[in-house]
Design a protein around this ligand. Structure first.
Ligand SMILES: CC(C)(COP(=O)(O)OP(=O)(O)OC[C@H]1O[C@@H](n2cnc3c(N)ncnc32)[C@H](O)[C@@H]1OP(=O)(O)O)[C@@H](O)C(=O)NCCC(=O)NCCS
Length: 338
């Protein structure tokens, strides 16, 4: 397809590493231009795994747009969820800063919207930082902004470490009857179903209108773990167990990209509804920071994000010393109207 002088071609990064690397350079330039400075860097290895394997293991397509000289001037990765959210698609669409405002983003978006429609999707979602080109673009094409997703970071310095013993005492005062457990890498086989049940507890976290929560089972946990390894990331999990029943009731997980060992990337923290109110969220997060102090001593900062309305999680992060670094939103385009 030729639009705005751009030829858009599908490619598979596994067979075409050169094109993939050009897309990586574009994404890197966009990170520099559009994101707060404290976001973790992306290595080529981790980018390659994500564009080849896809995010979340869902079906996906990568496309690159080239100008008349053959230079890659934009790209997108379209994800077509296959378990839930079957009427939705999401896209990571990038145009390098020096090629913007020339219609390339619009051309890629039209192409991508057509691909999503051909797969029977009626909504197309993309994330953008507030006040970025992406947000202005999304508004200009008629997309609707979702709820704010607050990004926070924690400088893991001596002051942050010094807060941990007091926070642990405060959490332990409310969490009698629960014990902590931790593991690096995949979850223990005999607790897999319980781990899936705690993941499912995220279903009541605030989310955008019309988005279905992920359905978790043991197979999904294992698939997620496999992808994490393929992305070149180390994973650490701290869990809380209810002593009386032996059930896992809370989990927090942090990933570390092996090419950026100074950054801990917070993943889920979830507590089963029946066990909330015992400061287990704070307890597992404090225990995680203590664990990583020795298990991953190169970490100098952590990043996390959660919905602006998630007061309980935000309160925990504030106690740990996390500070807001920026806001993203998911913008949604109605494909039946555009
Ligand atoms: C968003 C992005 C893909 C737009 O690419 P682009 O090639 O510049 O887009 P277009 O030239 O087709 O812009 C179309 C319209 O969007 C609006 N727009 C785009 N960037 C804008 C900006 N920085 N400020 C204000 N309006 C902007 C304008 O209305 C523009 O039309 P105009 O130039 O005639 O005024 C690019 O800025 C980018 O890669 N950003 C980082 C990634 C990102 O946030 N992606 C998520 C997209 S939802």
């Amino acid at each position: 397809m030729l639009d705005a002088g751009v030829e858009i071609k599908r490619f598979d990064g596994a067979d075409d590493p050169e094109r993939l690397e050009r897309c990586f350079r574009i994404v890197q330039a966009c990170i520099k231009a559009d994101q707060p400075a404290d976001q973790p860097p992306w290595s080529l290895a981790s980018f390659t795994a994500k564009w080849v394997e896809g995010f979340d293991g869902n079906p996906h397509e990568s496309w690159a747009g080239s100008d008349a000289s053959g230079e890659v001037v934009g790209c997108y990765l379209l994800t077509l969820p296959s378990r839930e959210n079957l009427s939705r698609a999401s896209v990571v669409l990038r145009v390098p800063p020096d090629r913007r405002r020339a219609g390339i983003g619009t051309a890629l978006l039209h192409h991508c919207a057509d691909r999503a429609r051909q797969s029977g999707r009626t909504q197309l979602a993309a994330d953008a930082w507030d006040e970025s080109s992406g947000a202005a673009f999304a508004a200009a094409v008629g997309a609707t902004a979702g709820i704010p997703n607050m990004h926070r970071s924690l400088r893991f310095d001596a002051a942050a470490r010094a807060r941990l013993p007091g926070l642990r005492r405060a959490a332990e005062a409310r969490s009698a009857g629960y014990s902590l457990q931790s593991w690096a890498g995949p979850a223990p086989e005999n607790q897999l179903e319980q781990v899936a049940a705690v993941h499912a507890a995220l279903a009541d976290a605030p989310r955008n209108v019309g988005v279905e929560p992920s359905v978790w089972d043991a197979d999904r946990v294992r698939r997620a773990e496999k992808l994490i390894a393929e992305y070149g990331m180390d994973s650490y999990t701290v869990a809380a167990r209810h002593d009386a029943s032996g059930q896992l009731v809370a989990i927090t997980q942090v990933l570390i990209d092996s090419s950026a060992p100074d950054c801990g990337i917070q993943q889920l923290t979830a507590v089963l509804p029946a066990h909330r109110g015992h400061r287990l969220g704070l307890l597992v997060k404090v225990a995680m920071l203590e664990l990583l102090t020795s298990a991953a001593p190169d970490i100098s900062y952590f990043v996390t994000d959660n919905a602006g309305a998630n007061d309980y999680m935000i309160n925990i992060n504030a106690q740990l010393g996390f500070e807001v670094s920026g806001v993203t939103r998911t913008w949604q385009l109605d494909l039946t109207q555009s």
